[in-house]
Design a protein around this ligand. Structure first.
Ligand SMILES: NC(=O)NCCC[C@H](N)C(=O)O
Length: 265
């Protein structure tokens, strides 16, 4: 079966999206974002992904960052509980998409209080999957209660959660992602604790920290990190580089523009 990926068209109001760790830009161009998003779709399509569109949510400026609103773990879909109030209703569309795909769908109930006496919040951008482990960034949008709730949900499908404290970036996957062989890549000044990763490769540019695995030998990344791309090529990988400048202005990157389903989740 070919891999599948969920995507969601950018809102015309993208410029009003949230920013936390970066200055708000007054140059966000929604038309340019649309063109960049279409190129992103084309790359996934050319790589063999069947693309599934989540119904657009033009009233939600950040809805293009669909990764935050749905997580898939094998054939299980987890409707997330986004940490930013402004983004919580984005899950209405991703839940429908998960049902349409025929995936078993479970919920991380928004705002439910757990043993840590804090609300359950979890953004998909905080979940980095390597093998059977889901590394979950806690300290930004995702709470410890959210990570624990996810751990209970995925235990049934043979996965485990490991909490990763973060403070330097919006999401865990804003600071680190993983190459096909599981090597974690990150730009050191933005990585909270590089020593916690058994296999860590430092990249020379912030945008070099974000890769989407297209297959076992190919990664998709931003074209703003050419020296990092060279490092990956030296390791035998093929690199597809794209301009994602408009999304970066809103603290997004290549990973958050899609939800990749098994086997490249
Ligand atoms: N997974 C991600 O990296 N998501 C990016 C979300 C950016 C959006 N402006 C936000 O602050 O929620």
């Amino acid at each position: 079966m070919s891999p599948r990926a969920l995507v969601r068209a950018p809102s015309p109001q993208l410029a009003q999206g949230l920013v936390t760790h970066v200055e708000r830009s007054d140059t966000v161009d929604a038309d340019r974002a649309r063109t960049q998003w279409e190129a992103y779709r084309s790359v996934l399509g050319a790589a063999g992904f069947e693309l599934i569109e989540v119904d657009p949510a033009p009233e939600h400026p950040d809805s293009v960052f669909v990764e935050d609103a749905l997580l898939t773990v094998g054939d299980l879909a987890v409707v997330t509980a986004p940490g930013a109030r402004e983004r919580r209703d984005e899950v209405n569309g991703t839940r429908v998409a998960a049902h349409r795909l025929g995936l078993e769908t479970v919920e991380l109930t928004d705002g439910r209080r757990e043993e840590h006496d804090e609300p359950v919040h979890l953004d998909g951008g905080d979940v980095l999957t390597i093998g059977d482990t889901l590394f979950v960034g806690v300290g930004g949008r995702t709470t410890r209660a959210g990570a624990d709730a996810l751990g209970r949900l995925v235990a049934d499908v043979g996965r485990r959660v490991e909490v990763v404290p973060i403070s330097r970036t919006l999401h865990l996957k804003s600071q680190v992602t993983a190459l096909p062989d599981g090597t974690v890549v990150g730009y050191a000044p933005l990585v909270d604790d590089a020593s916690r990763w058994p296999s860590f490769l430092e990249v020379p540019e912030p945008e070099g920290a974000h890769v989407v695995v297209l297959d076992e030998r190919t990664v998709l990344m931003s074209d703003a990190a050419p020296r990092s791309a060279d490092l990956f090529r030296e390791r035998g990988l093929s690199v597809v580089a794209l301009d994602v400048s408009e999304f970066v202005k809103l603290e997004g990157c290549v990973t958050c523009l899609s939800v990749r389903l098994h086997p490249y989740d």
